[in-house]
Design a binder for this molecule. Structure first.
Ligand code: NAP
Length: 351
């Protein structure tokens, strides 16, 4: 079978660059199109990205030759699937246009996440949510990623919810500057500083894990029944969101049992041996001062959620620290893993 033809919408941004990098020589997918705003359209990707490429490693040769277009179905007639890393100001409408035109959309933006018939897919934890796709009226379907801050947190909560039940969660995030896109937070605001507010972030963090961890009933995703209280902070770290989590469980358990369910946790991507699936979904570090972004960010090529410091919480039951890579596990890498799952399930129409 031929490879799935891919368009990257927002291919010049922080998330878009990761897509360009991670999709080089992909087993199932071939990038044929890159779209961005008017300031980029009409120019060769290699020419405009020389000063805008912000991640380690060179711009892949295949992408240098692609002429950037506007994100419109008429501009990208060859694609079967688009990965969207578009600014949320325009992502909603553009993604709907693509779905209407029969193209599968895998999005990183918030716009469609809360639609009833759109799953917030996290391939290891809720592949059954794909059942709701048949309720979408458009010819192409829309699947979203979760917010990058809760990606790793939700992965750690999944086995806890299944084994012990969850009453409530309290969390404090320390979020990297690349999470704000490029150019993002001004240097004078973030160097040597912590900014205790990220617009709209706490609302997303307090709501999305419950949808991700919900159950499908009669074609609807019924959110999991627990509350989250979140404090979200921007810190002067380049990549990698660190989150301190406290959790109250429904049944009593021990630290050993929690570490055991985390160590054993596997999802469909691991069973199907999908190309982007990390061997370890959750990696528990026993050192007292881990995880740290500088040391643990690229664990499992940036796809593993690294956890540490599990200990009793005097107010709730347990507390721990989670680290995940915001533009890989929290965005492009997770979106590609979702697409690999859809491909293996035969859910990407390839004409
Ligand atoms: P970014 O660096 O600001 O990139 C935004 C992209 O959207 C660029 O390619 C830009 O093109 C394009 N764009 C902006 N306005 C446009 C317009 N009017 N028409 C067409 N294209 C337009 O942002 P980002 O951090 O990559 O985030 C992209 C999306 O992913 C956002 O919705 C964000 O919330 C979400 N997300 C980000 C992260 C992260 O860690 N950064 C993680 C998860 C989810 P030009 O370069 O030509 O302007």
């Amino acid at each position: 079978m031929r490879k799935v033809k891919i368009g990257i919408l927002g291919g010049t941004g922080s998330v878009g660059q990761r897509f360009v990098q991670l999709l080089e020589n992909h087993e199932f997918f071939e990038v044929v199109s890159i779209a961005a705003s008017e300031r980029s359209a009409g120019k060769l990707y290699g020419d405009i990205m020389t000063s805008r490429w912000k991640i380690s490693g060179d711009i892949p040769a295949y992408a240098r030759k692609i002429k950037v277009v506007l994100p419109k179905p008429s501009e990208t007639p060859d694609v079967d699937l688009v990965f969207s890393g578009l600014d949320s100001d325009i992502a909603g409408e553009v993604e709907t246009d693509y779905a209407n035109s029969g193209v599968m959309v895998i999005s990183n933006s918030k716009n469609h996440r809360y639609d009833n018939d759109v799953p917030i897919l996290s391939a290891e934890i809720n592949s059954e949510h794909l059942d709701v796709l048949s309720f979408q009226k458009t010819k192409g379907k829309i699947v979203t990623n979760s917010n990058c801050t809760i990606m790793g947190v939700t992965i750690t909560l999944k086995p806890l919810l299944e084994k012990f039940g969850i009453e409530s969660v309290f969390l404090v995030s320390m979020q990297a500057i690349s999470g704000a896109g490029y150019p993002g937070v001004p240097t004078m605001d973030i160097l040597g500083n912590v900014v205790p507010h990220i617009g709209g972030e706490e609302e997303k963090v307090q709501m999305e894990p419950q949808k991700c961890l919900g159950k499908v009933k009669d074609g609807q995703i019924i959110p999991a029944d627990f509350k989250i209280s979140a404090h979200c902070n921007r810190v002067p770290v380049f990549d990698g969101h660190t989150v301190c989590v406290s959790v109250k469980l429904k049944t009593k358990t021990t630290e050993n049992d929690i570490r055991k369910v985390w160590a054993e946790f596997q999802g469909e991507p691991q069973k199907l041996k999908l190309p982007s699936a990390p061997e370890k979904v959750i990696d528990y570090r026993t050192e007292i001062d881990r995880p740290q972004p500088r040391l643990d960010l690229m664990n499992g090529k940036g796809m593993t959620t690294t956890v540490g410091r599990l200990r009793p919480d005097p107010i709730l039951d347990f507390k721990y620290v989670v680290l995940s890579h915001n533009t890989i596990r929290g965005a492009a890498g997770a979106a590609i893993l979702n697409a690999e799952l859809l491909y293996k399930k035969g859910l990407i129409p390839v004409s």
